[in-house]
Design a protein around this ligand. Sequence first.
Ligand code: ADP
Ligand code: ZN
Length: 728
Amino acid sequence: MSGQDWFTDGARVSVLTAEPVGRPLDYLAPEGGCWAGAFVMVPLGPRKVLGVVWGAGDGDFAAAKLRRVLQVMDVPPMKAEMRQFLMRMAAYTMTPLPQVLRLATRAPGLFDAPGLRKIYRLGSGEPSRMTDARARVLEVLRDHGGAGFQLGELAALAGVTTSVVKGMLTSGAVVEADVPRDAPFARLDPSLPGKVLSEAQRAAVARLEDGSGGFAPVLLKGVTGSGKTEVYLEAVADCLRQGRQALVLLPEIALSSEFLARVEARFGAKPGEWHSGVTQTERRRLWKATASGEVQMVAGARSALFLPFRDLGLIVVDEEHDTSYKQEEGVLYNARDMAVLRASLCGAQVVLASATPSLETWANAESGKYARVDLGARFGASKLPEMRPIDMRNESIESQHWIGPTLVGAVIERVRRGEQAMLFLNRRGYAPVTICRACGHQIGCDHCDARMVEHRFMKQLVCHQCGETKPIPTQCPNCKVEGKLAPVGPGVERLAEEVRERFPDSRMAVLSSDLFTTARALKEAISDIANGGADIIIGTQIVAKGHNFPKLSLVGVIDADLGLQGSDLRAAERTFQLMRQVAGRAGRAETEGLALLQTYQPEHPVIRAILGGDEEAFWRAEAAQRQAQHVPPYGRMAGIILSGPDLKPLFDIGEALSRQSGPLREIEATVYGPAPAPVARVRGRHRVRLLVKADKRAPLQAALARWVAQVRLPNNVRLAIDIDPQSF
Ligand code: ADP
Ligand code: ZN
C-alpha cells in the first residue's frame, strides 16, 4: 500500500457508514492513525456506528468541530478495489451508497465487542421441562449444530425468545462457549490429478488458460452434461496455481452438495461455502479467511460477491442465465453483471457458464466483447436426449386430463424397464382457476387483479402474483350458490392425481417449492429420487435445475406452450431455456434420453427452435426481434417501482410521473405504464411499475435521477429504480 493510504493521528478522514445519511462524513483519524479502508466505529449523533474510512476528508467543516474516530476494528481494511466496486455498483443501480455498503459489511458478528460473543451448542443434558419452544431449539441444534450459533440467530431460527435459550443452560441441554479460535480451512491442492479430460475439454481448458491472469470475460457454452463443470474446475486449478483466489457462484447453492463433493474429489478439500443456509459463526470465519487469503476458493450465492477477497483471480457464474441471480429486493442488482464489474476492477477472469445463455451474454460474445468457448457433445457415451413434439390436436384426451395417450405409453414403457420418467408442468398448486359453474364467476384476489390458485395440499387459495391467501370457499362469493365451485386447468398437484389414477402401481414424487418448508427437506427428496426412490417424478421449475438423476430417461412436458402466452418480451427466451434445460435432465449416465413436448402449436417458431438442433438460428432470430424493438440487449430498460399500502394513490403518482417525463424526453426515452409490477404485492405493500425504454447509448441513469427528483412522495410511498428488469 502506498504511503498516502495511511492517515496519521488527527488527520481529516471521510467515513462512510451504512446509516442513511447519504454520503461519507468527515472525522479525525484516531490516535495511532488508520489505513484507508479501515473498519471503524464512529460517533453519529448520540450513537456509535460502524463505518469504513473511505478516503481523505474533503474539509468543508471546521476541524475544531470534527469528532474523532472511536475505534479501529481488528479486521483487514476494505481494499480500494472493493470501495471502487461499491461506488460503481451504487451509481449503476442508482442505490444510495450506504445501502450498497451494507451488502459488504453484514458479515455477522464480525464487529461485535469481543466480550459479547458467545456461541450456543447442543449439550448433553435434558431440559428440566420440555416445552414446544424448547423442543424447537433442540431441533435446530440437532439439525445443524456443528459450528454453534450466536444467541440471536439460534432464537430466530427456532422462533423463540432469547430467554428460552438462556433458560436451557442450567439443565445443560444447551451449552454456552466462547467463540472458538477459527480452525484453519483445509488446503485445496490444484496439483492433484483431475479427471482425464476429453479432447474437447482439453481444448476448452487451453482457451480459458489463455485468458487467465487478467480481466477476460468468457462465455463457456455447452449442453447439460457436456462437462462444463470439469472444465471450469480446471480454470479454478489454474487460478489456484497462480496463488490467487477463485469464486464460483451457483444458483440455489443450498442444494448443491453434489458440487461440493466434486470440488473435493478434484482438489482434496471442500471450498468455503457462503449462502443463507450457513451459520453465522461459519460465515464469520469464512469472511475473515477470504480477507486473509487463507480460503482459496468459495462456492456461494450472489452475496458472495461482497466477500473481501485478498486477491480474486477468477469468478465463475454457473448457469449464468438463471433468473435467481437477480436480487429483487433491497439493492436491485444482477449478480452476473456485477460479477463482471467486480472482475474488471480486480483484474480477474470471469467465466459465464450455461447450456442456454441469456441473450445479453450471447450478444456480448457475438459482438466480440466476451470470448466464447463451446463444448459440443455430451461427455462420454451419454447422448443428448432426442426431442419430439406431441401434437395435441391429434391426441384424444378426456376432459380434466392432461397426459395424452402417447405420453402415457412412453411413461409405461420406461417405468417397466426400471427407469424413471419425469412430467414437467411449470404451475404450482392444484388448479390455476376456480370457477363457479352456476354464474361463471372466477375467484380473484382481493388485493390485486390476479386469479386465485387452489392449493389443495395447503387447503388454501393462493395468489401467485402477490402471495395473498384465503380459505377455499364452498359458496360462490358472487351468486352465493353452494357447491358449484370447480377447479379449471392443471397444476402439479392435480397432475399428481392423474398420475396416481393412471399409474397406480408406480411410486410417485412431487417436487414443487411450496410443498417443502425447508431447503433440507427438498434436498432429501431430491437425493431420494436420485437413489431410485420414485418411478415418476412430477415437478415445476425446480426440477429443471442441475440435479442429476441417473435413472431418468424420459421427460414429458405437459404444456410446452405455457410460457409463450404472456406479453413479456422475454417469453421466447425463457421458454427456450426452460424447455432445453428440462429436456437435458433425461438420459445422463447409461440410459438414452427422450423428451416429449405436448403442444397445440408445433409450428410455433419457438417450439420449432426448441426441437430443431439449430440453436444459433434461434438466438439470431430472437436478437433480430429485440433489435427491431430496441429492447435489451439492444436498448436499455429501467423499471420505476412505486410501493405503498394502497393501490389507487400509487397509480395516481405513476400517472403524474409519466406526465412529467421531460428529462426522459431529452434522451428520447419512452415511458410505459403505470401497471401492476410483476410481483404486485410484497409483505402487504402494493407495487406499481412504470417502464422506461431508452437507447443503448443514452445516459439513462442521469435522466432517471432528474426525473424522479421532481416527485414529492407521500410518507408511506416508496420509489425504487430497477435497472435492467427481468421482465419487460
Ligand atoms: P455440465 O457442467 O456441462 O453439465 P459436467 O461437468 O457436470 O457437465 O459433466 C457431466 C458428467 O460427466 C458428470 O457426471 C461428470 O462427472 C462427467 N464428466 C465430465 N467430464 C469428465 C471427464 N473428463 N472424465 C470423467 N467424467 C467426466
Ligand atoms: Zn393478489
